[in-house]
Design a protein around this ligand. Structure first.
Ligand code: EPU
Length: 417
């Protein structure tokens, strides 16, 4: 078990560099097995979710190698074995092996994925998509058998613009015969990253990044090179930190268009920030205005930044409302923020924040990845010492977080307990 000890109240300055996007990389790594050959993926973040996927690839017989930020994956000797529960439940993104194995071998056998406990998170739309392509699915005690005689292109409408279902259907459809159209597809930048990767392999995908994606099936896919886009959620988390404690804090390796919704809110709050082509500079404001946010799919305000942003709202003058529309259980951070001194009330899918409030260091628990990020930010602004327990959740998604924060002046360390 690991925990993080934070001595709060330090001003932060210098440069923080953003790593490759977790939610892209966790799809690109399983997608690699669709290629008949060697795939090189650059800018892979060093996070535990990638280690968990690497274990699954090795279980299937792939050869993988990490060279600094690169991951080289050779799937020549892979066999399509069932993925056991101890591997699938380590993370949510293990579900991408369903689409990739189905696409390549017409069969996939695995258990229900794991991941943060932030809501029900069903996979019905993934399965509905596989069925539309011709697969038969049986499920017993969380074990899924997904089998198709042949995969045939289909016209699929997603009831919810799900990131996971959009990517999984693309993975299953790239080698299906004929044309697949995904309507009401999710539009997140990570989807464009995956489609570009598959097209580099020889797939024929158009429309990624819009709500209608067209996939024309091909016979085979080749090895290729690709690069993971910068992590817009890691970037957003450190930009929010800059708004809390920054003294000309420079956040580099970002794509500003990917975090437009956050930038617009920070401007509305009168936070001083300078935006450049691939970096921004941000400083704390003592007069930040309260604002309301509503989480929606891209390009709207991302649910993954909702919890870190709540820490910022506790410092603003006035009343703010956060409306979470994606997950039913993404307010587990609130009780801990209140213990630290915040004034937040939960009512259904909304929280009401009265600010500014002074936070005091406490022992708090990272119940999930972004709740952990929220509490780290809270610890960094709090008076005194904060201990965030169960920090493993955070290490799943933030590369070298303690090191990156120490370099800009935070007093923070990870302890084994
Ligand atoms: N949904 C369904 N049925 C499905 C799939 C999704 O009802 O078959 C619902 C979900 O319950 C949720 C909504 O649709 O209410 C959106 O879920 P989505 O499928 O888009 O989420 P996901 O693919 O499981 C990814 C990220 C999440 C991020 C969401 C939304 C990965 C591995 N995870 O999840 O990341 O919150 O998209 O952007 O890419 C995180 O990084 O902290 C994280 C939770």
């Amino acid at each position: 078990m690991k925990q993080m000890r934070i001595n709060g109240g330090k001003s932060l300055t210098g440069t923080i560099k953003i790593s490759g996007a977790k939610n892209s990389a966790v799809a690109l790594v399983p997608a690699a097995l669709l290629a008949d050959g060697v795939v090189t993926i650059d800018n892979i973040p060093n996070i535990s979710d990638i280690e968990a996927l690497d274990e699954i690839l090795k279980h299937l017989g792939a050869k993988t190698e990490r060279k600094q930020e690169q991951m080289i994956i050779d799937t020549t000797n892979i066999t399509n074995k069932a993925i056991p529960e101890n591997l699938s439940k380590k993370l949510r993104a293990s579900y991408y092996f369903m689409g990739a194995l189905l696409g390549k071998y017409k069969k996939a056998y695995m258990f229900f994925p794991g991941g943060c406990s932030i809501g029900k998170r069903p996979i019905n739309l993934h399965l509905k998509g596989f069925e539309a392509l011709g697969a038969k699915i049986t499920e017993e005690d969380n074990y899924y058998k997904i089998e198709a005689e042949t995969l045939k292109g289909s016209h699929i409408y997603l009831d919810v613009a799900s990131v996971g279902a959009t990517i999984n259907i693309m993975l299953a459809a790239v080698k299906a015969s004929g044309k697949t159209i995904i309507e009401n597809a999710a539009k997140e930048p990570e989807i464009v990253n995956v489609a570009t990767f598959l097209n580099n392999m020889g797939a024929k995908i158009t429309g990624a990044g819009t709500n209608k994606i067209t996939i024309v099936g091909v016979e085979s896919l080749n090895g290729c090179f690709t690069e993971v886009i910068p992590d817009r959620i890691e970037a957003g988390t450190y930009i929010i930190l800059g708004a809390l404690l920054g003294d000309n804090l420079k956040v580099t390796n970002i794509i500003p268009e990917h975090i437009e919704a956050l930038i617009m809110k920070l401007k509305e709050m009168n936070i001083p920030l300078e935006i450049h082509s691939d970096y921004l500079i941000i400083s704390k404001s003592n007069k930040a205005k309260s604002v309301n946010i509503k989480t929606v799919g891209y390009p709207g305000f991302p649910t993954d930044l909702q919890q870190p942003f709540t820490t910022l709202l506790t410092t603003c003058h006035g009343k703010s409302i956060v409306h979470e529309t994606i997950y039913e259980n993404r307010f587990q951070n609130v009780a801990y923020l209140n213990e630290m001194g915040a004034d937040i009330t939960i009512k259904g899918d909304k929280i009401y924040i009265k600010g500014p409030t002074k936070l005091i260091g406490k022992e708090v628990k990272a119940t999930d990845l972004r709740a952990g990020a929220c509490l780290i930010l809270a610890g960094l602004i709090a008076e005194g010492q904060t201990v965030v327990t169960e920090i493993e959740h955070v290490l799943r998604g933030y590369e070298d977080i303690a090191l990156k924060l120490s370099k800009i002046g935070a007093k923070i360390e990870i302890e084994e307990i």
